[in-house]
Design a protein around this ligand. Sequence first.
Ligand SMILES: Cc1cc2nc3c(=O)[nH]c(=O)nc-3n(C[C@H](O)[C@H](O)[C@H](O)COP(=O)(O)O)c2cc1C
Length: 308
Amino acid sequence: MKTRITEMLGIEYPIIQGGMAWVAEHNLAAAVSEAGGFGLIGGANAPGEVVRAEIRKAKELTDKPFGVNVMLLSPHADDVAKVVVEEGIKVVTTGAGNPEKYMDMWKSAGIKVIPVVASVALARRMEKYGADALVAEGTESGGHIGEQTTMTLVPQVVDAVSIPVIAAGGIGDGRGIAAAFMLGAEAVQMGTRFVVAKESIVHANYKQRVIKAKDIDSAVTGRSHGHPVRCLRNQMTREYVKLEQEGKSFEELEYLTLGTLRTAVMEGDVTNGTVMAGQIAGMISKEQTCKEMIEEMMAQASELMHWS
Ligand SMILES: Cc1cc2nc3c(=O)[nH]c(=O)nc-3n(C[C@H](O)[C@H](O)[C@H](O)COP(=O)(O)O)c2cc1C
């Protein structure tokens, strides 16, 4: 099973694990890469030295390729951008902004740059800036989202650019992978399903909340101030949405979520924490190793797509 993405990333299967803040640390990234997919370490808002330590720990666990997600809005983005070069990382995905100012440095280090986009306009802009591929991420995703669905976004982005496209948002099994390929994607990126991987360090309460979730259990906070985030419904989301409806400002709302992804992931506070997960959570029913997940999904996709 070869596509421009599997060739570019040097991987066996066209499955990428999203660079999730707090969740995508070295154990998960290395396990996905060891299983033949592509693991990413989530840089999130972490300082450069923290990301460097994560990269080094992942290298102790796997010789296979893995990458780093650089959050461009992070106060440490400049440092993390340099750390990935110094540590010999070959693939960077970027979120929340324009990676243009790092392009020359990354390109001369031989790094492939893959921005995450939620619209055709941004996809075109990123191709112009020199992106090597794109992640087209639909609103079904967990975490920060755009408004287009994966079903509508992926084929429109595929038509708009000539670089390869990775589909993300709402993909949780082999059917989802096959569907993404039918829309023109050359790989998929998944987040929510990998949250419950055995190798994921996410607190058991969080994993159970994802496993028990129904199809309609996610909510979107932050639409009123233009920074929508999809997470599973709880006391925090109810309070947040109520205050949004009352017209509270971004500053007034922010205190509700500051640091709460960390408390959900690390301490298991699924009541007041931010339990980021996508709409596909309703279909995720068990904890498995990354290898089991990837092999199961690839077998299903291969049968549907007649990949031999
Ligand atoms: C807990 C969580 C945290 C996330 N954090 C980030 C992040 O820091 N940077 C990023 O580019 N994407 C982030 N994402 C999005 C994922 O990388 C991925 O694109 C998305 O989860 C795909 O959709 P799915 O959840 O339906 O599989 C996050 C997703 C989740 C569930």
